[in-house]
Every structure is written in C-alpha cells, then in structure tokens.
Design a protein around this ligand. Structure first.
Ligand code: GLP
Length: 251
C-alpha cells in the first residue's frame, strides 16, 4: 500500500482530487467508484472547482456508488443519490444516466443487487474506487463479519454506524436500519483503490488497518491484499506521535 500523509483535510482533499483528475484525463472513459459520508465532500468540491477552472470533462465517465440506504428514494435529502447529485453530479458535465447508485426503493432487493453487479461487469469493473472507512473498519456499508467474497447485497447496519450517521439526519430514529452495498469482493475487483482517512476519530481504525492483520472482523483489512491501494490520510488520522513511524511512501 502507498501511504501519503497530508497536513490537513484541505490538503487531503486536494491530493485525492488530483489523483482522480489525472486518471480521468488519462482515460476520459474511466469508470469511477464513488463514496459518500463526510470525508469525500472536500474532494468533490475540488473536482467541481477544477471542472470550472480547467474544463476537465466527465462526459464519457461512468460512476458507480458504493451504497444506498434501503427505503430512501433519490428525492429524499438523506439518500446517497441526493447527496451525490448535490455534492458533485449537478456541478460537472457528467451524464446523469451514467451515474449508477443502487435503487434504495426497489421492490425486489435480490434483483436489484444482481442488476448492479451485472452493470458493473458490463462496464468492465471499476478503474478507480474512492473509499472512506468507518471507525469499526467498514468499507461501503460492509460491517464487521461480512464475507470477503461478498458481492452487492443488503446489510443490517451496525448500531455504531447508525449512531455515527445520525449526524446527517434530523433524528437517530430516521436513520434507515438497512442498506444495499457493493460487497467486499466487488470492491476488491477494482483496479485501483484510493482510501481517504481524516480526523482523530479514525486514528484507531488506521492503526488497525496498518497492523497488517487481515480479518473479516475488520472489513478494511482486506485492502492489505489488494495490489494497488493508496491511502491518503491527514495528520490527525495518522496520529501526532505516529509521524516518525508511518512515513510517506510504501511499506
Ligand atoms: N457508507 C458510508 C461509508 O462509505 C463511509 O466511508 C463511512 C465513513 O463516513 P465519514 O466519511 O463521514 O466518516 O460512512 C458511511 O457509513
């Protein structure tokens, strides 16, 4: 894994955007895997600024989001479809029909999961997957204990995840209890992975990830076995005292 420690959230967002823009410029027909949550918001802002200032085009780009809450339609401000439209898609020149997100209000979740996997396969998989990490090591919405072989599936959200995500909802009661997420096996098929980690509250998760342990109880640990992962973290996530131990570069 390549590890890059940035000064702060602003620099982390800039570094992530620079990588995404580079890949899109090299391959304008890129398939990008995108994430939600607080962490990638700054990256999306940088992509928008660059689009306006430098004209980087997403006309031929396809995107697949990691996950969506079950029961929330795209018009619901708390759905991940709404988040992505508001934070990125409506501000760049991507064709909205090329932005794929699981349908949270499907009548048939089994079919929806299969459809999503088939769409991914038809596109030849994700070229670059952007990832965040939950404090319990979840990636997408794959909670501890999820099989490393899993494909797009329905998950019951961990109570810690519900609590953590309640900050985006009017009240904790309104946080959905289930979601559709790409599986860990699906994520691992991406050709390249860019993991963003920001803030002191993620420090323990970073340390566990970098311990090299690979264990289904800590979903992100599988990234240790992916051949092309870059982790961008800010100093707060890296831990003040860790700066001498975890240096920029490979390990
Ligand atoms: N499903 C998302 C994840 O994809 C995200 O990585 C995680 C961390 O979110 P944040 O970046 O807000 O800490 O939260 C959510 O549960």
């Amino acid at each position: 894994m390549k590890i890059n420690i940035l000064e702060d959230y602003q620099e982390l967002s800039q570094a992530a955007a620079t990588i995404l823009i580079d890949r899109v410029k090299k391959n304008p027909k890129s398939t990008l895997g995108l994430a939600t949550g607080g962490t990638p918001k700054g990256t999306y802002q940088q992509l928008i600024t660059d689009h306006h200032q430098n004209g980087t085009s997403y006309q031929h780009v396809t995107t697949f989001n990691l996950d969506e809450y079950l029961g929330l339609a795209g018009e619901n401000p708390n759905s991940y479809r709404y988040f992505m439209n508001a934070q990125l898609f409506h501000h760049i020149d991507i064709k909205i029909e090329n932005t794929l997100i699981p349908n949270g209000v499907t009548m048939n979740t089994v079919e929806e999961c299969q459809r999503y996997e088939q769409l991914l396969e038809a596109k030849g998989g994700v070229d670059l997957q952007l990832l965040g990490i939950g404090s319990n090591g979840h990636i997408g919405f794959n909670e501890p204990g999820t099989s490393f072989e899993s494909r797009t599936h329905v998950v019951d959200l961990a109570s810690t995840t519900i609590k953590a995500n309640a900050r985006f909802f009017p009240s904790i009661e309104e946080v959905p209890k289930q979601a559709i997420t790409m599986g860990i096996g699906t994520i691992m098929k991406s050709k390249e992975i860019l993991l963003l980690v920001s803030g002191e509250q993620k420090k323990a998760a970073v340390q566990r990830l970098l311990s090299g342990e690979v264990n289904e109880e800590f979903p992100a640990s599988i990234l240790n076995q992916h051949p092309n992962v870059t982790i961008l973290m800010d100093k707060a996530a890296a831990g003040q005292g860790d700066r001498h131990r975890v240096l920029n570069g490979s390990y």
